[in-house]
Design a protein around this ligand. Sequence first.
Ligand SMILES: [Zn+2]
Length: 480
Amino acid sequence: MRRLLAGSAAAMALCVGVTGCSRPIDGIPTANGAPEADTVAGLPASDGPSGRKPDAPEADLRVVGGTGGEIDTLAADTVVDVHEYWNTAYPETFDGSAFRPIGRLVSYDSRSTGREVCGQRLTGMVNAFYCPGSDTIAWDRGELLPKLRNTFGPIAPVTVLAHEIGHAVQHRAGLVDADTSTLVAEQQADCFAGAFFRHAAEGSAPHIRVSTGNGLNTVLGVLSYIRDAPGRTGFTDPRAHGTAFDRVSAFQYGFSDGPGRCAEMTEKSVTRRTTQFHFWKEKQESDLPVEADNILLVSRSLRKVFADTGVAPPTISIDSRSCPGAEGTEPVSYCAETNTVSVDMAGLRELAEPPTSGEKPSGYGDFAAYAQLASRYVLAVQQAAGLSLRGDAAGLRTACLVGAWSGLLVEDPIGRRNPVGKLRIAPGDVDEGVAALLGNDSLIAADVTGSQVPAGFARIEAFRIGFQQGMSPCASEYGN
Ligand SMILES: [Zn+2]
């Protein structure tokens, strides 16, 4: 997230007329019928343990270099369950052909090994990847998988491996070749992973379980956090990936509609619905530190975006936190009685910390922090419209309106809307917002009491509708 500086208008003008500078968007993915806050593609959303079932028998699987430690056991059990899923799903999807298990599984420690896979030395490769040439899946048990597990929980390595086997399925089914773009290959692998997770969420996987509430929310969070490119570049390459929106949508397709839907993904269909609109820069250019001046800047931007809604702009307070008869939320709170948004600067700063891998993330990044402020601001908008501030509908409207605000902060907003004010966001910012949205401590899809919409699927969809279509659907889609 950054503040526009003097030179940027000129730089923006350079972009005009450059082919492919911005791409048309259509085919916004939404679920059929009214979005459900408490179900996930027909399954009731409920929290519960996710990862390896504690009483599951250890899988009997040959893993080259495996140590039989906790991570390797989780990885092997995952591979066995995903294999088993494809044993049935593959012939159903691909004209009765049998699924061939992954030829070779390699566990390595990126901190020490001298081993080679795919003609590449694994030392220092903090990664997990599929190598089509030798039909190998390799994972770093030393650094990457433990990091992901420590950060997100045991379902994170499962997500990574289900995605990598998704690449193997692509190759087996002849869905990818040298001309396939990374965008399509990645999203299709996410989609195949989604299909497996449906199977696990229904309780049908022998070793792996995932809850439809916080479990799947974590899986979606992992997708929005990890990026990879096909083949050897693997999960840690920040280049060539869809936005968090794209990846999560692809996963949702697989989860909701099954692997047949994934097999239909083509260059054209992915490009059509993808959110690869023009951003100011490829990557995060600068952060907007949480300071009083920047709070003011963000407030002005909100005021401008929602000026036509008839809302009396709420007072933004960074010191007073009292609200008669209400408890308030952290780190930002909306008091309906006084129409005040109170900000706890220290708490917001913590959220604005850039996400770190390895340790428990303290924050999601600057945009995620300011999106919390936006989420409380848009409660004032809802209040002015006579809408309820409590319950799932309020949480979904909040996510939708925060999405609408965010969609106006890109340099070249989609739907021919005009960019507003002096704030701009980069793709990394949207990814931060999506990651925060899926966290269990975020206000972006929460009502005035801080109660979050249970299903991450619904949170994402509401945010996306606002982001892509603006604020008008927010009230009509999510009525009281
Ligand atoms: Zn991949």
